[in-house]
Design a protein around this ligand. Structure first.
Ligand code: CTP
Ligand code: CA
Length: 224
């Protein structure tokens, strides 16, 4: 099998992955979300699994399924993802948070369907409240020996923002991509990453298949 052919350098390690979007309900039929497909996280999960890790995926709404041997916890909202992750984190050796978590959620309208307003042409205003930052919380709670990988999706000031997030969230490694570039980000099978680590190393990688990005990120974390 593929697994038998892979290095088992994550054997005995428990790895937490978040992936996909979160979905924040507004009324009975509408929600706030983003186009994340969960591909990057699925690649991180599969690579870790093949390298011998015991992988738990906390997944927002996606179409992804995983082989037996990867456990999957399905959630909808950022707060549900936060609860699942904070429960699991103390038992984990590594975390890799790829999910495109909604930073804000609409203040709920309620359990019924919002009706179109009859005053012609008048728009509506929806208010938002702040969601918890899952990665930041896991970084704050990180114990000696635990390793944490974050991602950063940027349209501007890529490196500066990646450095800021690496420090602010107490990460070991951050992989940043320019979501404005065609071969990077949402819904494409490739990514072009800038990878920074705690030791100050900065690497700019070529555009690669997300499967290969995932393999190299585990290499980087394990081998430096
Ligand atoms: N993240 C998270 N929980 C949140 C927001 C983000 O766990 N509520 C994680 C993402 O999974 C990613 C990293 O934090 O690994 C960075 O996400 P990103 O959206 O790029 O950064 P933010 O800190 O949310 O800042 P901004 O959106 O303003 O760039
Ligand atoms: Ca964000």
């Amino acid at each position: 099998t593929l697994k038998a052919l892979s290095p088992q350098d994550l054997a005995g390690k428990k790895v937490l992955i978040t992936l996909g979007p979160t979905r924040e309900p507004w009324d009975a039929v509408r929600f706030w979300s983003n186009p994340s497909s969960g591909t990057m996280g699925a690649c991180m999960a599969m690579a870790a699994h093949l390298r011998g890790a015991e992988v738990t995926v906390v997944s927002g709404p996606t179409n992804l399924t995983f082989p037996a041997g990867i456990s999957q916890v399905s959630v909808q909202t950022a707060r549900q993802m936060f609860d699942a992750c904070t429960d699991l984190w103390p038992t984990m050796d590594m975390g890799c948070l790829t999910a495109a978590v909604a930073d804000y959620r609409p203040v709920p309208f309620g359990d019924t369907k919002f009706k179109k307003q009859t005053s012609a042409g008048a728009g509506i205003t929806v208010e938002f409240e702040t969601n918890p930052d899952i990665l930041k919380k896991l970084g704050e709670d990180k114990k000696d020996g635990q390793k944490l990988i974050g991602f950063a999706a940027e349209t501007d000031n890529l490196k500066e923002e990646a450095v800021r997030k690496l420090e602010a969230k107490n990460l070991d490694l951050i992989a940043a991509n320019d979501i404005g570039k065609p071969g990077s980000g949402f819904g494409v099978p490739t990514n072009q990453m800038v990878v920074l680590d705690k030791s100050g190393r900065v690497e700019t990688w070529p555009q690669l298949a997300k499967t290969e990005v995932a393999w190299r990120l585990w290499d980087h974390l394990l081998l430096g």
